[in-house]
Design a protein around this ligand. Structure first.
Ligand SMILES: [Zn+2]
Length: 267
């Protein structure tokens, strides 16, 4: 998910009150049962920790077992990240996540710069493929411009909570256009927001789908193992983001994205 700093945007996406019914519809679709299950997943986290080393409660559902597995792997994060996670649990209720999935922050040593100023970084494998893809696009007269790639949990924390406050948005409304910290694909180092260097006014905007860069990506990105994360009507219910692509060209990146997706499907 996106919502990169305003400085990068040429045009902030227009927000209209017509988006409000979506919140209602998504909330309705989730249903009481789903919310109850989500609640059990989230609030089972402290209980799972406290019962480690003792007998497990009987008749755990497969969903909950898998959720605990994911939570346990998340516990290998740094103390800072765990602190962030605890803050998230207090701040975000399950229904506020609106389809966002949990992701761990990649180690800095796994990142390679893909921009001239060195500030935009991707996971090594994704960076290599992105550079190849960018060169192939240039040969076709298309400029694929990286706008934002790896983002830390603390950077996402600012994007979500501080801008939410500045815009006087509720968490659910905010979650339509920005992932809560700990839930952005950008934490993985495999996701990248791409612009058309010839049409900066379409940066991080649905208008990007009308650019030569987007058409080129549609035709060619799969050759480099990049795919659109949030196409129209995606099953996660997240806003369409034609500029946000993710690398799925090796086992680790596939596991990163599809493990989270399978967990969500069972909800
Ligand atoms: Zn993005």
């Amino acid at each position: 998910m996106d919502d990169i700093p305003e400085a990068i945007r040429e045009t902030a996406p227009s927000k209209s009150s017509s988006q409000l019914p979506l919140v209602t519809i998504v909330g309705g679709v989730l249903g009481v049962g789903a919310i109850a299950l989500l609640s059990s997943l989230f609030f089972s986290r402290p209980a799972a920790k406290s019962t480690q080393g003792t007998s497990s409660p009987p008749e755990k559902t497969e969903t909950i077992v898998k959720a605990e597995t994911l939570n346990n792997s998340a516990s290998t994060r740094s103390a800072t990240d765990n602190k962030n996670s605890n803050q998230i649990e207090k701040s975000i209720t399950p229904e506020d996540l609106l389809g966002h999935l949990p992701y761990e922050e990649v180690a800095r040593s796994e990142l390679t710069s893909i921009s001239a100023d060195g500030r935009i970084k991707l996971h090594h494998a994704a960076a290599e493929k992105f550079k190849q893809m960018q060169a192939a696009a240039i040969a076709d007269g298309v400029l694929l411009t990286p706008l934002s790639a790896f983002r830390s949990v603390s950077e996402q924390d600012y994007l979500f909570f501080r801008i939410k406050e500045q815009r006087v948005q509720g968490a659910a409304k905010r979650a339509e256009v920005s992932a809560p910290p700990g839930y952005s694909e950008h934490h993985t180092g495999y996701a990248i927001d791409i612009g058309d260097g010839k049409v900066p006014s379409a940066n991080v905007n649905v208008k990007f789908e009308n650019t030569a860069a987007f058409r080129w990506l549609q035709d060619n990105a799969a050759r480099y193992s990049f795919e659109l994360s949030f196409p129209r009507n995606n099953p996660q219910g997240i806003s369409y983001e034609p500029w946000h692509w993710r690398y799925v060209g090796d086992r680790h990146s596939l596991e990163t994205f599809y493990k989270a997706r399978n967990l969500k499907k069972q909800n």
